[in-house]
Design a protein around this ligand. Structure first.
Ligand SMILES: C[S@@+](CC[C@H](N)C(=O)[O-])C[C@H]1O[C@@H](n2cnc3c(N)ncnc32)[C@H](O)[C@@H]1O
Length: 225
């Protein structure tokens, strides 16, 4: 079986697929991440994969049919949030502000992590997932891993937007598995002036590409159909 990750980054999907005896194909924009992925797979003795450097929007058309898609796309532009804070604050269970020291993935204009506008981000993700849909065998599954997040400080149900466009593409929604991140601090932002909880989970949303329904032949009982 072949597994596809259209946003493969440092190659975790390639590693996991190879560990499970599956061939894997990954696409990502940044050649540096390919080097990281190659190193990770080599260190673990795996080589049954293709890592394609480029925009998934262009590269998916050329790949062979696949049996499973699993991917974690950029979380809109949250890594571009430049406000300072700390995550490694001597083990205290709170933090102020945003992530410390993380950079955006690339400066590429088509990097979904660089889109200013959330709606444009959703449209671009939908475009790539509709190309991935065409490559998936019927009756096979696709999982998208992403958390909900804030856009301009407003809580945004990213999960709802993704389920809606995946259904429009033709996928059947099969439900969400929640990945609980117990290491993230519980303390709400803004306390004691406002109550704004941190996100402590990722949503693993699962979909299936349905098999075409067989045409039913209805008989009217006297031999006519
Ligand atoms: C959340 S990260 C994926 C992390 C990955 N699971 C790993 O093991 O590192 C998303 C990745 O998608 C890449 N990306 C963003 N837009 C892309 C596009 N249009 N085509 C291909 N890759 C893209 C980013 O550069 C980043 O490497």
């Amino acid at each position: 079986m072949t597994v596809l990750d259209p946003f493969v980054g440092s190659g975790t999907t390639l590693l996991a697929a190879n560990k499970l005896g599956r061939h894997a194909i990954g696409v990502a924009l940044n050649p540096d991440y390919k080097n990281v992925a190659d190193k990770r797979l080599k260190e673990n003795g795996y080589s049954d994969y293709f890592y394609i450097v480029g925009d998934a929007n262009d590269k998916l058309e050329a790949i062979a049919p696949i049996d499973y898609i699993v991917t974690s796309p950029p979380y809109h532009n949250i890594l571009r949030n430049s406000s300072k804070g700390t995550r490694h604050n001597n083990g205290k269970l709170y933090r102020m502000g945003a992530r410390d020291g993380l950079q955006c993935y690339t400066d590429h204009k088509n990097d979904l992590g660089n889109f200013e506008n959330y709606v444009d981000f959703i449209i671009a993700l939908r475009e790539i997932m509709s190309k991935a849909f065409l490559k998936l065998h019927e009756g096979k599954y696709c999982s998208i891993i992403i958390s909900d997040f804030t856009v301009n400080k407003a809580e945004t149900c990213v999960q709802a937007d993704i389920v809606r466009f995946m259904q429009e593409i033709g996928f059947v929604f099969c439900g969400t598995i929640v990945l609980l991140q117990t290491v993230k601090p519980l303390y709400p932002f803004g306390y004691p002036y406002a109550y704004k909880i941190n996100h402590h989970h990722q949503n693993i949303m699962n979909f299936m590409k349905p098999k075409p329904e067989k045409t039913k032949t209805i008989s009217n009982g006297d031999g006519m159909q």
